[in-house]
Design a protein around this ligand. Structure first.
Ligand code: PMP
Length: 421
């Protein structure tokens, strides 16, 4: 069966034919591709067509698809058990590897998704401080929990509004929105809500609405302000953790957050995420403390085995310099090619990159123009036809894996250079 045939059935059986909205190709038009297999830097669709993958499941595959060490770990674990709903050594081993990368943190709780990790971090911060409000920055994404589907109200002093129907105003009103590129906005919000803010939640290098790499000094000042007002500092490293380096954006900025949320890479492509934190906060979690959190599949042995395989490979190989080198080479090549499509910029950090068509907007969150989005749509479609899979949205970043060898990247550049705008 073709992707188009699968799509026809999928939209009957599932809303939009998908289990997560961005996959529906809503931002880029056309029908989504249905995939069958991933290997290294490549994806193969149900019709056998091969794609060079720069979306990489939105970030988990630092080693590429189906890395032999991950596959072997999964096979070995699958023979033993897929879920215990009870204690087992692999979850302890994985927690140890995570703490090895965040030596200033003391304990870990494993959960099933980034959404759950951030939701739990917020509950913990509230339980720990006894305060209810949380500050979030415009343009950052932290998953789909009710409290975080918030946007700034229409006036400066207005309460936040929900970005989704089904989320009561009473819930998002505890989520205060600031501008990340404006220290004054954070200070004013903290001052206006003195003694009421439990946590400031950072996606310190925002990578869900463009890629924005702030000055170290700016991030340090934001964190200092949060601390001065007695807030728990939460870094959401679901994308950046183990992606831009072992210690994520926190290490990049030289900051030691109180709680760190991880996901994607630490599960090796399986549903696993984590909250790592300082002991005095983590000890508030049930069963030790009064903040409740639980999960039938939490610390799942298959996902833990995959996570251990990936993190062990990272610790043994220290892949970050090589990932950055190949990403830079790819970005240099892209810069020579993309001019044919009109005005553009490419931002990159480590093995993350973001392509934007249209005028540069240095503010965060930047405006992505309707024309820029339309050019991205055309570029995405042409690249897809040529066997190159970018993220199906102009807001999303791209990723490079260790399986993207110079040969693979040159093949991608060669194909992209032949596209007709
Ligand atoms: N935080 C960040 C920074 C993310 O990028 C994402 C997902 N892309 C999430 C949280 C939510 O993770 P999940 O999709 O696993 O729930």
């Amino acid at each position: 069966m073709t992707s188009a045939e699968w799509h026809k059935i999928a939209i009957e059986r599932m809303p939009g034919g998908v289990n997560s909205p961005v996959r529906s190709f809503k931002h880029v038009g056309g029908n989504p591709i249905f995939f069958q297999r991933g290997e290294g830097a490549h994806l193969y669709d149900v019709e056998g067509k091969r794609y060079i993958d720069f979306c990489l499941s939105f970030g988990p595959h630092l080693l590429g698809h189906s890395h032999p060490r991950v596959v072997a770990a999964l096979k070995e674990q699958a023979e033993l058990a897929t879920s215990f709903g009870a204690c087992h050594p692999k979850e302890v081993e994985l927690a140890g590897l995570i703490l090895g990368a965040f030596p200033y943190l003391h304990q870990v709780r494993l959960v099933n998704s980034g959404t759950e990790a951030v939701m739990t971090a917020i509950r913990l911060a509230r339980g720990f401080t006894g305060k209810a409000k949380v500050i979030k920055f415009e343009g950052t994404y932290h998953g789909h929990s009710d409290a975080l589907l918030a946007k700034a109200g229409s006036g400066v002093a207005e309460l936040s509004e929900s970005t989704s129907q089904g989320v009561p105003d009473a819930i998002v009103k505890e989520t205060l929105m600031c501008r990340y590129d404006d220290l004054g906005s954070l200070e004013a919000m903290l001052e206006a809500n003195r003694d009421q803010v439990a946590a400031v939640l950072f996606e310190a290098i925002p990578a869900n609405h463009s890629l924005w790499v702030p000055d170290k000094a700016h991030v340090k000042k934001c964190v200092e302000l949060a601390r001065r007002y007695g807030c728990v500092v939460i870094f959401d490293e679901v994308i950046t953790g183990f992606r831009i380096g072992k210690g994520g954006s926190a290490a990049h900025f030289g900051i030691e957050p109180d709680l760190v949320c991880l996901g994607k890479i630490i599960g090796g492509g399986l549903p696993l995420a984590a909250i790592a934190g300082k002991k005095e906060i983590m000890q508030k979690l049930a069963p030790v403390g009064p903040v409740y959190q639980a999960g039938t599949l939490s610390g799942n042995p298959l996902a833990s085995a995959a996570g251990i395989a990936v993190l062990s490979e990272i610790f043994e190989k220290s892949p970050y310099a090589s990932l950055e080198f190949s990403t830079q080479a790819f970005v240099v090549g892209l810069r020579e090619i993309l001019g044919a499509w009109g005005e553009f910029q490419i931002r990159s950090l480590g093995s993350i990159f973001w392509i934007n068509f249209g005028k540069e907007d240095k503010a965060f969150p930047p405006d992505i123009s309707a024309e820029g989005a339309a050019t991205y749509r055309k570029f995405f479609k042409a690249a897809l036809d040529a066997g190159i899979y970018f993220a199906p949205s102009p807001y999303e970043v791209g990723f490079v894996s260790l399986a993207h060898t110079p040969e693979v990247l040159n093949e991608a550049l060669d194909k992209l250079s032949k596209l007709k705008p």
